[in-house]
Structure formats: C-alpha cells, structure tokens
Design a protein around this ligand. Structure first.
Ligand SMILES: [Zn+2]
Ligand SMILES: [Zn+2]
Ligand SMILES: [Zn+2]
Ligand SMILES: [Zn+2]
Ligand SMILES: [Zn+2]
Ligand SMILES: [Zn+2]
Length: 417
C-alpha cells in the first residue's frame, strides 16, 4: 500500500548510513520518480528542512547541508546532557522552581537568572513526579510535536481495568507521559517496571535515565544514555505492554520498524496499545497487521488549536490493540453495549451486521449494510448506479469525469470527420 505513493526504504542501517537532523537519522523515501533522505518526524519542511536527493548525497552541496544538520543534532544531544546533569542537583534539595521560559528547574539562589521569566515556585515531590498534571502544558506549537494529554478518567480506566488485571512485568510508554506519570505515582514498582520514551526534552528535568529516554519513535533513535534501559530493563523483562500515542501525521510503517528495532536482540513477549484516529485505520493495520480497532472514544484534556478531538462525533481517537477485545470493559455504562456475536463491547450506536459478521461502524455513527457494495457504509450514503458505490447524494465523482470523457470523445469524433 502506498501513502501518496511514497514508500520508505529500510534496507540500509539508518543509524550508520543515513544523514541526521535534530530528530536523529533521516529516513530514505522513494517514489516512482525520486529517492531522497528527509526528516523522520516532520512532514512539514518548514519545521525541519533536511532534504537530500539520494543520487546527490555525495555532492559538495549535500555534504554541507548534512554537516549543518548534524551539528544541530550534536547540540541537541549536548543539551540533553546539560538538563539531565542539572536535574541531579535537585535530588535532595527543598526549594525547587520550574522556569517555563528556559524549560528548566532552578533553586532559590538561581532565582536572579530567571527574574523576567515565567516560572512556578516551590514544587513539592508529588508535583515533580507528575509534571503533566501539575506543571507542564501540552506542546502545541508544532504539528509534529503536538501533544495531547489523556483525561484522568481514561488514565484511571487504563490502569485499573487493563494494566492491573493482566500480568505484564513491564510497561513502556512511548509518547504518552501522562500515562507514565500515573503509573509512577501509583507506586506499583513491585508489580511492574515502567519506562517513558519521548522526544520532549522537558521531561529530562523530572525523570532520570533510569526512568526515561529521549527517543524518536519514527526512526527508533535513542538520544540519551541507554545503558540502563538496555542492560537493566530490556534484558530482564519478559512480558511487556507497549503503549504508544503517536502524532496523527506520523509514518506508521516507520513506527512499526522502530518498535521491532527496539526489541530485536531480546526475547520479550509484547502487547501493544496504540492510540490514533479511526480514519487512519487502514494505515495502522497496514503497518501493524495484528492490531484491531476498538470503538471506544478516547478523551484528552488539552484544548489545542489543532484539537481534532471535539467534533460533533466526539473524540475520533481510538485504541488499536493486539490484546483480545473481550478483555476491555466498557469505558462507561451508558454509551456501550456488549455484542455477543463479536464478543466485545461496542458503542450503542454501532449495530452488529450479520452479513459482515461484525459491529461495523468506524466513527461511532450508525452504518447500514449495502447489498450491492457487499459491505457496511455510513447510514446517510446511498448506492449510486452511475459509479456503483455508496456516497452522499449529489457527490458522484463519475459525473464530472464523465463529462470530460464525453467532451474528448466528441473532439475525437469531430477529428475523424
Ligand atoms: Zn528533522
Ligand atoms: Zn528562566
Ligand atoms: Zn457485533
Ligand atoms: Zn455489513
Ligand atoms: Zn453501495
Ligand atoms: Zn456515483
């Protein structure tokens, strides 16, 4: 399957052979006409503009661009180390403040450095353990970095109804700091170990490298010290739950490649829960064929300019998982029903179709079965005999195409005369 007919080439070792930008190794993309290296995390060239045509990668001009980007990459890695080092100072201190302008913790005697800055004062241990809850706002300035924090109701559901009821010895949270911090504060360390993998450097002020790594989920690159993670975490765990909340615009195949790479030298049984909008289902299943979509609407707290989560249909975000759907109790007692045919809970509005043998609604609104299309379609669509698919009334794509065809046909006929 192709997404805008661009494929990603994973044949080379990306850590060694691909140029790096501030987001780590680039990916090698190819279409029928071109092959090039570009940023793994940002599709928007305004955010990260690295672009190296494959056949020109050894040319002087390309080398200069690569050099510039690799400098940025090194600077970012150095900055991570500075923040991590700074954090250690605060292990035993009492009066700890957080500066939003500098994204750093500081102590009483450093206050003069932050005089005109926006900061919050005297943080207690609880607040430091749960920075998403008490200190930080979700990032929303950039499309690739847009964060959504899960609602507390959903986090409690996930922990109490799913995580605590199954026997994973470890939970890896990728791009979902709110879930991670709640796992930490439940103080469940005896039951399982949890780790946060995230690209957001702000968390380095709150967590050590024994708790988190700076990580890009689209190339699998680890920016911070990974010794503890690999030697004391991955080499010990046996049954792991991976929870991933990727940005909506990410490359799912790249994500799937990164997850496999993370685990490649270890024998670990793993389950996956991935959050993404229902309308990306086919890309997700293409990259992760074992996943199934649950139709629970996942709520977030953030009020973002990019917030897609507040349409009339409610949140479009769903869970995709390889855990048996029957293990997921309903999110609430009002909006869900149990389908005995599917052996899972689904939205009340999602009626079971005996022809398709499943509860077929994707967006939470009613669907109906079309005998001619041989599948379920949105209830407001009508089967069109012109193009032989179901679509909204007056939205036939064939009509406009047909007119063009008949015009050119006429021209041909005229020419023949
Ligand atoms: Zn980049
Ligand atoms: Zn400051
Ligand atoms: Zn059903
Ligand atoms: Zn059907
Ligand atoms: Zn139809
Ligand atoms: Zn039509």
């Amino acid at each position: 399957m192709t997404k805008h007919s661009i494929e990603i080439d994973f044949s080379e070792n990306i850590e060694i052979n691909h140029p790096k930008c501030i987001h780590g190794p680039t990916l090698l993309f190819h279409s029928s006409t071109s092959k090039f290296f570009a940023c793994s995390a940002c599709r928007d060239r305004q955010e990260c503009d690295i672009f190296i045509p494959y056949e020109k990668r050894h040319e002087k001009k390309s080398k200069k661009i690569i050099e510039q980007h690799e400098k940025e990459y090194e600077k970012f890695k150095e900055y991570i180390q500075i923040v991590q080092k700074n954090r250690k100072k605060f292990n035993k201190q009492r009066d700890i403040h957080y500066c939003y302008t500098c994204s750093t913790l500081f102590s009483e005697n450093e206050q003069s450095d932050h005089i005109d800055h926006k900061y919050t004062e005297s943080l207690n241990r609880q607040q430091l353990r749960q920075p998403c809850q008490y200190i930080l706002q979700p990032l929303e300035n950039k499309r690739s970095n847009a964060q959504f924090f899960f609602s507390q109701t959903f986090i409690d559901y996930l922990i109490n109804e799913i995580i605590l009821k199954t026997s994973w010895d470890s939970i890896i949270c990728i791009g979902c700091p709110t879930i991670f911090e709640n796992l930490q504060c439940f103080n469940l360390k005896k039951k399982f170990h949890s780790y946060l993998l995230d690209y957001d450097i702000r968390f380095c002020s709150f967590y050590s490298s024994k708790q988190m790594l700076i990580y890009n989920m689209f190339n699998g690159h680890i920016f911070s010290n990974k010794k503890y993670f690999q030697e004391k975490f991955l080499s010990i765990i046996k049954n792991c739950l991976i929870i991933i909340d990727p940005p909506f615009g990410g490359f799912h195949r790249a994500l799937s490649y990164s997850i496999d790479k993370l685990f490649q030298s270890y024998e670990i049984n793993r389950n996956l829960i991935l959050f993404n909008p229902y309308f990306l289902e086919k890309w997700i299943i293409d990259a992760f064929p074992n996943l199934k979509m649950l139709d629970y609407k996942i709520e977030y707290t953030s009020i973002s300019s990019l917030n897609l989560c507040r349409g009339k249909k409610g949140s479009p975000v769903r869970m995709f998982t390889d855990i048996c759907p029957s293990k997921f109790p309903p999110l609430d007692d009002i909006n869900y029903k149990y389908c005995f045919e599917c052996n899972r809970y689904t939205l009340l509005t999602n009626q079971h179709c005996f022809q398709c043998q499943s509860c077929t609604s994707k967006d939470g609104l009613p669907y109906k079965h079309c005998l001619l299309c041989q599948r379920c379609v949105k209830a407001e669509r009508i089967h069109c005999n012109t193009c032989n698919v179901c679509h909204l009334p007056n939205q036939c794509m064939n009509k406009t195409n047909k007119r063009k065809h008949s015009l050119s046909d006429n021209r041909k006929k005229r020419r023949k005369k």
